[in-house]
Design a protein around this ligand. Structure first.
Ligand SMILES: [Mg+2]
Length: 408
């Protein structure tokens, strides 16, 4: 069996999805997602210019060897661009493998460990009242877990993932007016003084059963993160996400010494080498990598297995930057993983998105149910794809009051 060609498509409804289609001499094709938010043309170019010309002629069944060949063969290893490109190839090869076997991918991993996988939605409000309304709307829809983000009184800008005006779900963070980012302000003191009380009010309103998550988005220093974690302990959060910048694996030691709040981190990680110390030293409770830019199913499965040995559960990234293809790959891992925790889920199922990526994966009452179709269980409509082109976008950058650049 041989790979005969592979094509890269960039575009989609309200997002620049990077979709890889790998063709074989047996008529079976595989699909993968290489979308790297606001940098979509880079993995696309790496695929087109370097990886696809090498891929043609290879046996697609040898997904492990092909992963090793590209990863080790590059010499300059890792990084989100390269890992997103390898991830797309890997997803496509697993898709082909599943179609050859006539099985959904979760069967090739070891079968189902559960029927439905719990997801969390994003509630947000410009102030606490608006956030409460947003949470209530998700609870009414049957969601069992909700991430909560709200505007902070006196903060120079709305805050991470907070709508600028009225109630609502998280707005698209990408600004498609161009590649020059807008600037948001940040004040750690105001955030630290306000957020613990706000989270306590949400708990009081919605009761003990709702799983409440909150994302700090890398904004705090280790000592500040420890102080916040201590302060929010009575709230009983499901998790506190990205309390410190993710590249410092030692930053969470201080927090761990002072708080038992569950910690989730890792949406920006590209490899097991970004999180091995965090996992082995049991400094986190949830690992948030994504199949898209952590090297695909082959590499993420290794991270999941290491995490399982250390009581760390999964909580895969599921921002709108993931196409239905990588969300499907994660749905199969979620169905299998003995250490599944939760899945981030932003509503992908718009009619336009469903038309571009038809599938039978489904959401019901805050649970995701994986498709039983062979492979990933998602198709790609190339005629539909002709409607879309690449549009340059950016996410904001953050500055402190005195102008110092801070962590987005
Ligand atoms: Mg996050």
């Amino acid at each position: 069996m041989k790979i005969t060609d592979a094509q890269v498509f960039v575009g989609g409804p309200g997002k620049n999805y990077v979709t890889l289609k790998v063709m074989t001499d047996q008529g079976i094709y595989g699909l993968g997602d290489a979308t790297l938010n606001n940098h979509e043309t880079l993995p696309a170019a790496y695929l087109r210019d370097y990886l696809v010309p090498n891929l043609v002629g290879m046996d697609p069944r040898n997904s492990e060897d092909i992963w090793q060949l590209f990863y080790r063969g590059a010499y300059f290893r890792r990084g989100p661009v390269a890992m997103a490109a390898y991830g797309a190839i890997d997803m496509a090869l697993w898709d082909i493998k599943g179609k050859l076997a006539g099985m959904p991918l979760y069967q090739l991993f070891g079968g189902k460990s559960r029927d439905g996988a719990m997801v969390y939605a994003h509630a947000a409000g410009s102030d606490l009242d608006a956030l409460m309304d947003s949470v209530a709307s998700y609870v009414e829809q049957g969601f069992k877990a909700v991430r909560v983000q709200c505007g902070i009184p006196g903060m120079p800008s709305a805050g991470y993932a907070v709508p600028k005006d009225d109630v609502g779900t998280t707005p698209y963070i990408t600004d498609f007016s161009g590649i020059r980012p807008s600037v948001e302000g940040w004040d750690t003191g105001r955030y630290m003084r306000y957020m613990p009380g706000a989270l306590a009010e949400i708990r009081a309103r919605f009761g003990p059963d709702l799983k409440i998550l909150h994302d700090v988005h890398h904004r705090l220093l280790p000592r500040e993160a420890a102080e916040l974690a201590k302060a929010v302990e009575p709230v009983g959060l499901f998790w506190l996400e990205d309390p410190t910048p993710a590249e410092d694996q030692d930053a969470l030691k201080l927090l761990r010494q002072h708080s038992t709040v569950p910690i989730a981190i890792g949406e920006v990680f590209n490899s097991i080498w970004d999180c091995n110390k965090l996992i082995e030293n049991e400094l986190i409770d949830f690992i948030r990598v994504a199949v898209t830019y952590a090297g695909g199913i082959t590499h993420v499965k290794r991270i999941v297995d290491l995490a399982a040995m250390h009581h760390v559960r999964t909580g895969f990234h599921g921002a709108p930057s993931h196409s239905p293809l990588s969300m499907a790959a994660q749905a199969h891992l979620n169905a299998w993983a003995p250490n599944f925790g939760i899945q981030e889920y932003l509503v992908l199922g718009t009619p336009a998105c469903d038309a571009l990526f038809p599938s039978e994966h489904r959401m019901e009452n805050g649970m995701m149910y994986v498709s039983d179709a062979p492979g990933l269980g998602v198709d790609f409509d190339e005629t539909e794809a002709e409607r879309y082109t690449y549009s340059p976008g950016s996410h904001p950058i953050v500055r402190l009051e005195d102008g110092t650049v801070w962590n987005y």
